[in-house]
Design a protein around this ligand. Structure first.
Ligand SMILES: C[S@@+](CC[C@H](N)C(=O)[O-])C[C@H]1O[C@@H](n2cnc3c(N)ncnc32)[C@H](O)[C@@H]1O
Ligand code: SF4
Length: 455
């Protein structure tokens, strides 16, 4: 149990405590501030630890930022020493390390110093530096809007995933109505898309719906008469690919699609509930390639019963296909996922080696890391990272992770975000995850989004 005299620091400190799986242990934290000095005292396992950091701050917001930062670092150092454990991103528990680096740079600081102070490993400081370099031209192009369309249907539910609530067999009856609501929403956002940078149809599995329904979505986007831009369809599961859907996708101007193996081992695919085989992956890739799409491949490190050599094999096979992008996810434990029912904490021996190997092999194959993010209960405290061949970076992914463009999002479980002007407070409007509730509330959702972007 954490006992602190500063309740507003509790959530941040708990994020660090959770990293060490120490939620049930007694930790007493005392914080005070005076004459530009932040003082943290921690009692843990019968010992006291004192930390003093000096920092001049300009206002309340800055003061709070540093109070949180120093409290987290103090708790991290105590637990790290006592348990003889280190994590790749140290006391950084947020989902956007690169965004933090940009904020530090904008404030005149050196992100490397900050990351080192937070006990981030040397390799990860350099990894982030590499990403910032690749992102530079995109970051300079901040502003405008991205359009997101959510298709929350999947053939089956994978054991690690919380994106959808049920397999399509249970939700199929809603698809036609769902598509009508998305059409209505799309027609309502035309006036918001004055400087569009990218379109992203995501999921779920957009190819899980039939070609006629998919075509209706494409036609509704087409009717907006947007200027030509990057257009991704996260088609997804290789078992949903058909010639008809691919042709339609090409005809409507899609430039980038995702074919997501997760693993190239049939046994694993079966265990995680993917219901497709390795042969399906190759078939989907072959069919898609002839249309000239930029292809992204998603892999996950740490899948059930996989070891380093299984993951190495998946990486090798993904690289052999020479897709424009390869995204390496680290398995994370999500509330609402089947995996959570049988496991409280992910302990995967080789996870650090898997991530290190992915960096080494992808770099050697000519890929560069171009965006990254982290999740709360991610194995070993690692990250998800997108890799791209030069010039093939996905604008949408960068914009979303760095929050440098407005996101106009339609469909169930979609969050529209107003981030412009950059640096202002980010505001959101979200739609329900449950499909019948979404259908029932669509008019209200449209109203709320209009309000979000009107002031
Ligand atoms: C929104 S999902 C949609 C992808 C698509 N439906 C598919 O499965 O092919 C995007 C990606 O997130 C990753 N993902 C989902 N749940 C995850 C988890 N618990 N841990 C790690 N990666 C996860 C998977 O790699 C997945 O391809
Ligand atoms: S990983 Fe993809 S296919 Fe599997 S349940 Fe999640 S969104 Fe659906």
């Amino acid at each position: 149990m954490l006992n602190t005299n500063s309740e507003y620091l509790r959530a941040e400190i708990m994020d660090v405590i959770r990293l060490f799986d120490a939620e049930d242990e007694d930790i007493t934290h005392y914080f005070s501030y005076g004459a530009n000095e932040y003082y943290n005292c921690i009692e843990y396992s019968g010992k006291f630890y004192d930390f003093t950091n000096e920092k001049q701050t300009e206002n309340e917001i800055e003061y709070k930022r540093y109070a949180k930062r120093y409290a987290k670092i103090a708790v991290y150092k105590v637990l790290s020493e006592a348990k003889n454990l280190n994590f790749p991103y140290g006391a950084l528990t947020g989902i956007r390390p690169t965004k933090l680096a940009y904020i530090e740079k904008a404030a005149g600081g050196d992100f490397r110093e900050l990351f080192k102070e937070c006990q981030v490993t040397e390799q990860n400081v350099e990894h982030v530096a590499r990403i910032l370099q690749v992102q530079e031209p995109y970051y300079k192009n901040a502003g405008g809007q991205d359009l997101f369309v959510s298709i929350p249907f999947c053939p089956t539910k994978c054991e690690y995933c919380s994106f959808i609530t049920a397999p399509i067999a249970k939700t199929e009856k809603y698809v036609d109505n769902y598509v009508s609501c998305v059409e209505k929403e799309l027609a309502s956002v035309k006036h918001l898309l004055t400087d569009i940078k990218s379109i992203y149809i995501g999921g779920g599995t957009p190819f899980a719906i039939d070609a006629r329904q998919l075509g209706r979505i494409y036609a509704a986007i087409n009717a907006l008469n947007l200027k030509k831009c990057e257009f991704t369809v996260e088609a997804g599961r290789p078992d949903t690919f058909t010639e008809e859907k691919l042709k339609l996708t090409k005809d409507f101007g899609v430039t980038r699609i995702c074919i997501n193996p997760q693993s190239f081992k049939d046994e694993t695919l079966e265990k995680i509930g993917r219901k497709h085989t390795c042969a399906d992956i190759y078939k989907a890739f072959e069919r898609s390639e002839k249309y000239g799409f930029d292809i992204n491949i998603d892999l996950i490190a740490g899948l059930t019963d996989e070891n380093l050599s299984d993951f190495e094999n998946s990486l090798k096979r993904a690289i052999e296909l020479k897709p424009a992008n390869i995204t390496v996810h680290t398995l994370s434990l999500k509330a609402g996922a089947k995996l959570k029912e049988s496991c409280n904490r992910l302990v995967i021996d080789d996870i650090g080696a898997m991530l290190a190997l992915s960096r080494q092999m992808l770099t050697a194959a000519g890929y560069q890391p171009y965006y990254m993010y982290r999740q709360k209960y991610q194995a070993g405290g690692h990250e998800n990272c997108g890799w791209a061949l030069a010039g093939k970076e996905c604008v949408y992914n960068i914009d979303v992770m760095e929050e440098i463009a407005d996101n106009v999002a339609v469909g169930a479980n979609a969050i529209s975000k107003r981030v412009c002007p950059i640096g202002s407070q980010i505001r959101r409007s979200a739609s329900p995850k449950d499909i019948p509730t979404y259908i029932e509330k669509v008019d209200k959702i449209i109203e709320e989004r209009n309000e979000l972007f009107s002031k």
